[in-house]
Ligand binder design. Structure first.
Ligand code: ADP
Length: 358
């Protein structure tokens, strides 16, 4: 409606009314002749028109048109044209301007919510597709072995045990995958709260190395812990940091050469302890480095699968460390080896002591 009745038309009618009232009043004065009445009418019309037109245009119509523009964009779903940084409505003398700001603020908030939901939905769809794909491999393998046994292979003593062992291995891989998936989805949805406490990181590393010793020995890999200071009390979740260390060390074994070496260095820094796991393995090409923390990302798919890798280990590591306000760093040289490092916060009084020593 406001678009049809323009500011000019409204101003014209009001100015005409004012000038007619002025002329009517002046005509009551006996000395006022026609010329005076015409001049007075003209002046009151012109000044009335200019005053009303600019008042309407600047204070009301311009703002109303802007509101229409905003509503038009909302209707056409051109929500990206809005400034999403608008979070507060500034109090303006003009209530129409405040209304416009309110609309923009509301729409921007909704736009952010829609964006978030879209990203979540895309993530969910991609996750389901990835998971289904990954689950298929061990299920089909186990199914294949069992069906072959049922087809008659069960009568052949030689192949019977071989196929049963293979089926069991596939089901084992499936179990590891499901466990990793559960951990990752709980970490990503914020379903796992870190149970932080003080513990000696050196002891945790000793335990992790001990747990993986058999695996390392099978490839004749030598493991060394370098820790000039063995009293390294950190504030973290023991179980989760153990998971981080087991994942990093088992990768260092999996992707190492026969008779290779793994060094785990613990550095006592001012406020934290830095852990670095270095191997002498195949290394990671530079173009893959940024992607290895994505779930199911593998540089060499067949190598990872042959070693029983789920492609989720580093994603889990990244999430656990993020929950400790820490970040994992990686450096690698193809053919020479890879280093993963991260920091954990020290006990407060230990941090202050090392500060005094510095
Ligand atoms: P996976 O179960 O495949 O090992 P991860 O998430 O642990 O999954 O690692 C992702 C990929 O990063 C691996 O498939 C491998 O290609 C690469 N990678 C991880 N650690 C190392 C390492 N120490 N040396 C070389 N490549 C590695």
């Amino acid at each position: 409606m406001f678009k049809v009745i323009s500011a000019k038309l409204v101003s014209f009618f009001i100015a005409i009314t004012i000038s007619l009232i002025t002329v009517a009043f002046l005509s009551l004065i006996k000395s006022a002749d026609v010329t005076i009445l015409l001049v007075a009418g003209g002046i009151s019309f012109a000044s009335g028109f200019i005053l009303i037109y600019y008042t309407l245009e600047f204070l009301i119509f311009r703002e109303i048109n802007k509101i229409y523009e905003v509503i038009g964009k909302i209707k056409k779903k051109h929500l990206r044209d809005f400034d999403t940084s608008v979070t507060e409505v500034k109090n303006s003398d003009n209530p129409l301007r405040t209304i416009k700001q309110e609309i923009v603020r509301y729409v921007s908030r909704k736009e952010l919510e829609i964006d978030k939901l879209k990203k979540l939905e895309a993530y969910r769809r991609e996750f389901i597709a990835d998971v289904s794909h990954e689950l298929k491999t061990p299920i089909f393998a186990a199914q294949g072995y069992i069906l072959t046994l049922l087809d008659g292979a069960v009568d052949d003593d030689k192949v019977k045990y071989k196929f049963l062992r293979k089926a069991a291995k596939s089901l084992n891989n499936l179990d590891v995958l499901v466990q990793d998936l559960l951990t990752l989805s709980q970490l990503e949805s914020g379903g796992i709260t870190m149970k932080k406490d003080y513990f000696n990181l050196y002891h945790l590393v000793l335990e992790a190395v001990d747990q993986l010793e058999d695996k390392a020995q099978k490839k004749q890999i030598q493991t060394e812990i370098v820790a000039p200071d063995k009293d390294l009390i950190v504030y973290a979740d023991y179980v989760r940091i153990m998971q981080v260390m087991l994942n990093l060390i088992s990768n260092a074994i999996k992707y190492n050469k026969e008779k290779g070496k793994i060094t785990i260095e613990l550095e006592n820094l001012e406020k934290s302890v830095r852990v670095t796991v270095t191997d002498t393995g195949i290394g990671i090409p530079a173009e893959h480095i940024d992607r290895i923390f994505e779930r199911f990302y593998r540089v060499d798919k067949s190598r990872s699968k042959k070693q029983g890798g789920t492609g989720l280990g580093l994603s889990i590591v990244k999430h656990i460390l993020e929950n400790h306000n820490s970040k994992i760093k990686v450096t690698s040289v193809v053919g020479s080896g890879t280093s993963f490092s991260f920091k954990l916060k020290k006990r407060k009084e230990d941090a202050e002591k090392s500060k005094d020593n510095d």
